[in-house]
Design a protein around this ligand. Structure first.
Ligand SMILES: Cc1cc2nc3c(=O)[nH]c(=O)nc-3n(C[C@H](O)[C@H](O)[C@H](O)COP(=O)(O)OP(=O)(O)OC[C@H]3O[C@@H](n4cnc5c(N)ncnc54)[C@H](O)[C@@H]3O)c2cc1C
Length: 393
């Protein structure tokens, strides 16, 4: 206990000295999020300094072993770091599919060479990773994927395409699911391979969304050379690893608190916009919905915290990730529906005016994608029914 208290004091002092003042506010827009990567343009010196200082401590990946650049913190220490960051509303120094997705898969299934090659650059935000799972005819039914590899001895030649690659045009490396054995049963002929997006034969094409933005690409492979040394785990055994990676993705997406650390409470925004009537929110219908939402959100966060404690003791989250993904993303959609109601007719002000930048309607529309990305709500409910409740298929 004494040691933990000492650690807490050290963390508090370190954050006080090293977290720039401008990094002690919640994200206001997408531009505030640091993704790292070869071509990432830092929004400010503070953003860059904050990432570097945290990465040098290994605290961008606090629980990863120190030999791979991580913080080497145990479960209590990692929790203290998170609490202390929250106490001063410190932003996460980076948002990274490397840390939340491929890193955990490498730690569990990767060879020592792959870990040493890829994990330290992830910790330092030097490489931005993207995910190549979905295909035009393989979304929910992911194992039907058709992008295929020809075996050329020490490498594969890959042909096919992926779709809905988030930030595909900004990625430095991709972790991709490829059919490396076309004759085996569908779950047994898939490999998870890592490759550099600059490899000849890789092209991306933007997909425009309703918001006018294009955070997605289609990604095409034409005779792309992928090294066998970059296969994670055994060749043709990628399906197990892909599912393990998905549990981490789903936990990340389901964590509603992740991007909203230190954000203003919905109830405070409502009070500002709608005013009070006899010390209570003036709109009784919204008052009930907002109270219910905030209670549900706290319960969700506490339940996730409990599950994380279990993970840190070595218990795998497994199918429970689907429960969190389902509940967290439905909650996030409720948050944006309520924010839109609280903002009344102003909410649809797309272009923005005065101090409003038109961000809310775009975030509201973006939230609709939460219950699709990483596997739809229907698919999560199927997993919960089958693997947690034990209902018949
Ligand atoms: C914001 C966002 C980001 C994404 N980023 C990436 C990324 O970076 N990389 C990547 O590879 N993919 C990404 N995706 C793709 C995502 O994983 C797929 O969209 C998702 O898995 C659903 O697949 P689909 O779009 O093919 O829909 P489909 O599988 O065609 O599903 C259509 C509808 O049918 C329902 N359905 C399908 N099968 C069943 C079933 N068995 N039982 C009940 N209902 C069913 C679904 O729930 C859905 O409502 C992203 C998607 C979004 C929205």
């Amino acid at each position: 206990m004494h040691e933990l208290n000492q650690f807490k004091n050290e963390v508090r002092e370190w954050l006080q000295a090293n977290c720039p003042e401008s990094m002690r506010h919640p994200y206001r827009s997408d531009a505030d999020i640091c993704w790292g990567g070869v071509d990432f343009k830092f929004q400010s010196d503070d953003q860059q300094v904050w990432l570097r200082r945290m990465a040098d401590k290994g605290w961008t990946a606090p629980g990863w072993p120190a030999r791979y650049g991580g913080g080497g913190l145990n479960r209590e220490q990692a929790k203290i770091l998170k609490q202390e960051m929250k106490r001063i509303s410190a932003r996460p120094p980076m948002y990274s599919f490397g840390i939340s997705m491929i890193g955990p898969a490498l730690l569990k299934y990767g060879s020592e060479e792959l870990k040493m090659q890829h994990l330290p650059p992830i910790v330092h935000g030097e490489i931005r990773w993207v995910q190549g799972y979905s295909e035009p005819n393989a979304g929910s039914d992911l194992a039907s994927l058709q992008t295929r590899a020809d075996d050329m001895g020490d490498h594969y030649l890959v042909n096919g395409s992926k779709i809905w690659t988030s930030y595909g045009d900004k990625g430095d490396w991709m972790f991709v699911l490829i059919r490396t054995d076309t004759l085996a049963p569908i779950h047994q002929g898939i490999s998870l391979i890592l490759f550099n997006m600059n490899t000849p034969g890789v092209t991306t094409r933007p997909i425009l969304l309703i918001s006018g933005k294009s955070p997605f690409t289609e990604t095409f492979f034409e005779n792309v050379r992928m090294e066998k040394s970059q296969v994670v785990g055994e060749a043709n055994q990628g399906w197990t690893i892909a599912k393990y990676l998905l549990t981490h993705e789903r936990e990340m997406i389901g964590d509603t608190g992740n991007l909203q650390s230190g954000a203003e409470l919905l109830s405070s925004i409502a009070v500002k916009n709608l005013g009070l009537d006899n010390h209570r929110l003036a709109n009784p219908a919204l008052r009930t919905d907002i109270a219910r939402f905030e209670i549900d959100e706290v319960c969700h966060q506490l339940t996730m915290e409990r599950a994380r404690d279990e993970i840190r003791t070595g218990v795998s989250l497994g199918p429970a990730a689907s429960m969190f993904k389902y509940y967290g993303t439905e909650l996030n959609k409720r948050r944006y529906e309520l924010l839109m109601s609280v903002d009344s007719h102003e909410a649809l002000n797309w272009a923005g005016a005065g101090n409003r930048d038109g961000l809310l309607p775009k975030l509201w529309l973006r939230s609709k994608g939460n219950s699709i990305e990483g596997g739809t709500s229907e698919i999560q409910l199927n997993i919960v029914a089958k693997r947690i409740l034990g209902l018949p298929a």
